[in-house]
Design a protein around this ligand. Structure first.
Ligand code: FBP
Ligand code: MG
Ligand code: MG
Length: 336
């Protein structure tokens, strides 16, 4: 049984606190709060069909997307869990138009971390019982502690992240995260309500045979992307590769990290900047990918070096096994 021989997430957090350059216990408490919120959301997701939280909530978010009831519920659970623990000085979320400032005009309140979150990733899969996730990204604020957080505390390049992770609510529920010292995966034992270290030191295989892209948009893609997809489908050497697309970034990424593969959400003639959001989807997944020997680009640029300009900005996103991303880059560079 997953339990007694495996280290728990709680034990792992304490053991690894000292290896973290800013270790004051604050980040450990923050990861613990995310762990708690993940368990609450997992509980809701698992019984979604029974308690009328399937379907649309009736509102749209700042990106013009119909919010699903579970988007709103997961958003509330994470925000309340973090607020109640007075563990962060600011939160930004896919489901909130603007960032949330917490207790920041209270001298005593010296919290130094801000969290950016995609509370429910893969919303189009909620009602059809396909795995979904949560994504989080953590930064140290750049403005003085004890003062109100500012937009600049959130608009930091991804290479400034101190931690990032995701939860996948799938056949099992896993929490995968990094604090810049490798990537580790923890599986929830639902009977005990405890996360155990099941996937230590996760790494992308350098090569892979899976490509993940919504081919329904193929005609709108740039020629370089079209050529790479054709390359993946060619009967040559170790190809054709297998096409796998769940439609939940977290789940497609997780599979490709374990098996080797590449996930692509390119820009297209219908969406000039692609679909995925830089701050709470691409940056955290890119940090994890690089910490797991993978690679993440936005076309010409390393995702983690992009300097954000808006809270909900979108960027083209290509992430996965190093040699596959390099090969894609070759095709993109042909049309410079
Ligand atoms: O349906 P499409 O256009 O292929 O988009 C699917 C992509 O959009 C997303 O659902 C966007 O995330 P949200 O569900 O959090 O809005 C990704 O998880 C997924 O990879
Ligand atoms: Mg998402
Ligand atoms: Mg979402």
């Amino acid at each position: 049984m997953l339990g007694n021989k495996h280290k728990t997430l709680g034990e792992f957090i304490i053991e690894n606190q000292s290896s973290f350059q800013y270790s004051s216990g604050e980040l450990s408490r923050l990861i613990n709060a995310i762990r708690l919120a993940a368990k609450v959301v997992n509980h809701e997701v698992n019984k979604a069909g029974l308690i009328d939280i399937l379907g649309a909530a009736g509102d749209t978010n700042i990106q013009g997307e119909d919010q699903q009831k579970l988007d709103v519920l997961a958003n509330d659970i994470f925000i309340q869990t973090l607020k109640n623990r007075e563990i962060v000085c600011g939160i930004a979320s896919e489901e909130e138009d603007d960032f949330i400032s917490i207790n920041s005009n209270d001298e005593k309140h010296q919290n130094k971390y801000v969290v950016l979150i995609d509370p429910l990733d893969g919303s189009s899969n909620i009602d059809v019982n396909v795995s979904v996730g949560t994504i989080f990204s953590i930064y140290r604020r750049v403005t003085p502690a004890g003062t109100p957080v500012q937009l600049e505390d959130f608009l930091q390049p991804g290479n400034k992240q101190v931690a990032a992770g995701y939860i996948v609510y799938g056949t099992s529920t896993m929490l995968v995260y990094t604090t810049g010292d490798g990537v580790n995966g923890f599986t929830l034992n639902p009977a005990l309500g405890t996360f155990y270290l099941s996937h230590p030191d996760m790494r992308f295989p350098e090569n892979g045979k899976i490509y993940s892209v919504n081919e329904g948009n193929y005609v709108h893609f740039l020629q370089g992307v079209k050529d790479y997809i054709k390359y993946c489908q060619e009967e040559k050497e170790d190809r054709p590769y297998t096409s796998r697309y769940i439609g939940s970034l977290v789940s497609d990424f997780h599979r490709n990290m374990i098996k080797g593969g590449i996930y692509m959400y390119p820009k297209s003639s219908v969406s000039e900047s692609g679909k995925l959001r830089l701050l709470y989807e691409c940056n955290p997944m890119a940090f994890i990918a690089e910490q797991a020997n993978g690679k993440a680009i936005g076309g010409r640029t390393r995702i983690l070096d992009i300097v954000p300009t808006e809270l909900h900005q979108r960027v083209p996103f290509f992430v996965g096994s190093k040699n596959m991303v390099d090969k894609l880059q070759e095709f993109l560079d042909k049309y410079k």
